[in-house]
Design a protein around this ligand. Structure first.
Ligand code: HMG
Length: 428
């Protein structure tokens, strides 16, 4: 009956772009110490879209395997969360609806509040399924993070999409009803309608994020949510993975709990070669390697999955709305000891909204790991030289001219071009 069955994430998929920019190349071109990115920001690479990719093609690529596995029965809602949408009026989800041949008997909408909106979409989906337990809701978070060239935000760019199917009796994660909320009107990061890149006050954005964490955490307690000792793993929005570390240190301060603060796998943490190779080997050899030295020490900080949940994001860069959920994918794909465990998730969107909510991992979740597929997709990205990347970054399409985009992406869907001021998509 309505209201009694657990509701949450039944299936999840991550997709990214065709290209990658390696921060070692970026550092060399800029005459910067590569450790500023690897250690200072906790980033190794960032995904960058080909000219025939955008939030729609990544979103469709993420959602397609979910639809293939479970069909469309009961799916009557598609919620598309993004802050890098392609139109001021038409929801980007309409193109996904068409590319995936979803049924006409659906509502399709776009949801916006910077990086936070995927969480609003997820909560709305839970509400819909609570009302109608036979329905399922497709939630897609997809973004291309872009800052001006030669600004501090540039190395934190990225691109990615996470698609989630929300249903009753989910196979992966049961979302718990209590959550902590915090909204505050702040100009830390925004993108005016006439700008293709975000404007950011970096230092303010970091404090606004941490203030939102404080507010959401205290509201969680006020709402009767679990204490820190009752939360086994913690996931954060990851604009760059060092931010998750800052948030974890902050939460440890708020709660007085001794929490893990390493974002790079054990022995590799301080070495110049840390990063892609380290993350790959950690990813390939599972949770023990990912959690590094912390696991082998009997006493010491509690392992809440900080290193394990940042493996994908180190390589994706910021994927805005998708970032927290890419962290969830990384955790589910690499931590084999999650059955029945409670995860705390902190979602942040500049401007700003923070939400801290919790979920229980469903036993058997590990049978649905997509680790190999994700790592293959990350490895398969085609590196851009810094000159080629800068040229692509500067290229802007005007909707005023008809264009046919060159075929570049190896992904399943492509942005075919503009005709009569409308964007067109096709299967690649
Ligand atoms: P920056 O210029 O790189 O800052 O900008 P920095 O010079 O302070 O360096 C960063 C860190 O690298 C420092 O460590 C340095 O010590 C370290 P920290 O003090 O942070 O621990 N460092 C080194 N470490 C090792 N070896 C070295 C080395 N050199 C320096 N050689 C900033 C950083 C975050 C401001 C910039 O990247 C930025 O503007 N990013 C974009 C905004 C952002 O991501 N903000 C995060 C919070 S807001 C948010 O999450 C929302 C968002 O996702 C958008 C949305 O909601 O839609 C952004």
């Amino acid at each position: 009956a309505a209201g009694t069955a657990p509701i949450g994430i039944d299936d999840i998929e991550l997709a990214t772009s065709h290209h990658v920019v390696r921060l070692d190349d970026f550092a060399e071109a800029n005459g910067t110490d590569p450790n500023k990115f690897r250690l200072g920001l906790g980033q190794d690479e960032f995904s960058f879209p080909a000219p025939d990719e955008d939030v729609v093609t990544m979103a469709a690529a993420a959602a397609a395997p979910i639809i293939q596995r479970s069909g469309t029965e009961g799916i009557r809602t598609l919620l598309f969360a993004t802050e890098s949408g392609t139109d001021q009026s038409k929801a980007a989800g309409m193109a996904v609806h068409s590319l995936l041949d979803l049924p006409s008997q659906m509502r399709v909408v776009e949801v916006k509040e910077a990086c936070y909106s995927a969480t609003a979409a997820l909560q709305a989906a839970v509400g819909i399924v609570t009302r109608s337990p036979g329905q399922r809701v497709l939630v897609i978070a997809s973004d291309v993070a872009r800052y001006e060239l030669d600004t501090p935000g540039e190395p934190t760019q990225g691109a990615g999409a996470v698609a989630m199917l929300v249903s009753a009796d989910p196979k992966l994660l049961e979302i718990e009803p209590v959550s902590g909320l915090n909204s505050a009107d702040v100009d830390d990061f925004w993108r005016p309608n006439d700008s293709t890149t975000a404007i950011v006050d970096g230092a303010l954005s970091v404090t606004a994020y941490l203030d939102a964490l404080t507010g959401a955490w205290s509201d969680l307690a006020a709402q009767g949510g679990p204490a820190i000792a009752e939360i086994d793993r913690v996931l954060y929005h990851q604009p760059f993975t060092k931010m998750a570390k800052k948030a974890q240190v902050h939460l440890a301060g708020l709660t007085g709990e001794d929490l893990d603060t390493e974002i790079v796998a054990g022995a590799d943490a301080g070495s110049a070669g840390a990063g892609t190779a380290a993350a790959n080997s950690a990813a390939a050899s599972g949770p023990a390697a990912a959690a590094g030295a912390d696991n082998s020490v009997a006493t010491g900080p509690r392992d809440t999955g900080l290193a394990t949940s940042t493996l994908y994001n180190r390589r994706l860069g910021n994927s805005y709305t998708a970032s927290l959920y890419a962290g969830l994918c990384s955790l589910l794909d690499h931590d084999e000891d999650l059955a029945g465990k409670r995860i705390g998730l902190f979602s942040y969107g500049s401007g700003s909204v923070g939400e801290f909510f919790t979920a229980r991992v469903v036993p058997g979740y590990e049978q649905h790991s997509h680790r190999l597929t994700v790592i293959e997709a990350l490895d398969a990205r085609v590196p851009l030289s810094i000159d080629a990347y800068r040229a692509l970054h500067a290229a802007e399409l005007s909707s005023a001219e008809d264009v046919t985009t060159p075929k570049v992406t190896a992904g399943p869907f492509r942005f075919a071009g503009i005709k009569g001021r409308a964007r067109h998509y096709e299967r690649a």
